[in-house]
Ligand binder design. Structure first.
Ligand code: SIN
Length: 282
């Protein structure tokens, strides 16, 4: 089989076909896929009905698997594989409280946040439940030059749950909470492979901007978030069973949607890959 690549839009995203990810890939394919990953930031592989070990093997093309933070959502036999399941979700006024329902980048309060997250669709509702992505590299590129220079100097403290978070996070045990880091992250990061700058935002976890009064800092975060989440920066992925999607947490934000029938079943495997400490774009 030969690999074919279709770019998803003119900014980011690529759909890869002609690969069978149930099998290990060769070294040249691995190198090519990693180059595509750094460039396109979201890679979509259709028709890959993988078992958990095959999914782990496929994700490892791009790096080293890391622990899932919420242990109650891992597969008992494969603890590096988590699951996003509607059966685990609470409801409020009849609506499912899905995890990840505003644009974010995963575990941004980690000292070295995951470089990538990948989902594999096992069961999908008959409508809704898409995952959305926005390209925070292009969002940065489009800012006025003077603002880019000012933002490059700034850092934000990222915590488990911001005091102004638009969503609630999973409640952790006091022992797990004690292990959660609080980390100052650059507002503009440099991609370790491509060298491209990107906004680094997560309204659920950012606790203002260092050196700014709280209201001023949160107002700047909101302004940048509104800018970066415009539909012109978006790719919306409509899931099919057997889709494997992997995204670069240093280049895109993502969000889940609860717009499906809560009685229907949505179930995806989830893995994350270890990342490095974020570098500021100087
Ligand atoms: C997430 O990882 O934020 C959830 C994405 C999804 O379930 O669509």
């Amino acid at each position: 089989m030969s690999m074919t690549i279709r770019t998803i839009n003119e900014i980011f995203g690529a759909e890869i076909s002609g690969l069978d990810l149930t099998q290990p890939v060769g070294e040249s394919t691995r190198t090519e896929l990693n180059t595509l990953f750094s460039k396109h930031a979201v890679l979509v592989f259709r028709d890959q009905p993988l078992t958990p070990p095959q999914f782990m093997q496929a994700a490892e093309i791009f790096g080293t698997l890391m622990d899932q933070q919420i242990k109650k959502f891992v597969l008992p036999d494969y603890p590096l594989v988590g699951c996003n399941s509607t059966k685990d979700l609470p409801r409020k006024n009849g609506k499912l409280q899905v995890r990840g329902e505003n644009y974010h980048t995963d575990h941004s309060n980690d000292i070295a946040p995951p470089k990538a997250t990948s989902l594999l669709a096992v069961e999908i509702p008959s409508y809704g439940g898409d995952t959305q992505f926005v390209d925070v590299r292009r969002a940065y590129d489009d800012l006025p030059e003077a603002q880019k220079i000012a933002l490059k100097q700034l850092r934000s403290k990222h915590v488990h749950e911001s005091s102004r978070s638009p969503r609630s996070f999973a409640k952790l045990s006091p022992e797990d909470m004690a292990k959660i880091p609080h980390t100052a992250q650059p507002l503009v990061i440099k991609h370790p492979v491509s060298g491209r700058p990107a906004l680094y935002l997560n309204t659920g976890r950012m606790e203002g901007i260092e050196g700014m009064a709280a209201d001023e800092g949160f107002a700047l975060i909101d302004e940048l978030y509104q800018h970066a989440t415009q539909s012109k920066y978006e790719y919306r992925h409509p899931w099919r069973v057997g889709d494997m999607v992997i995204w670069d947490n240093r280049s895109v934000m993502h969000q889940a949607n609860a717009d499906y029938d809560p009685e229907e079943y949505r179930y995806l495997y989830r893995v994350m890959l270890q990342g490095d400490k974020l570098q500021p774009y100087a």
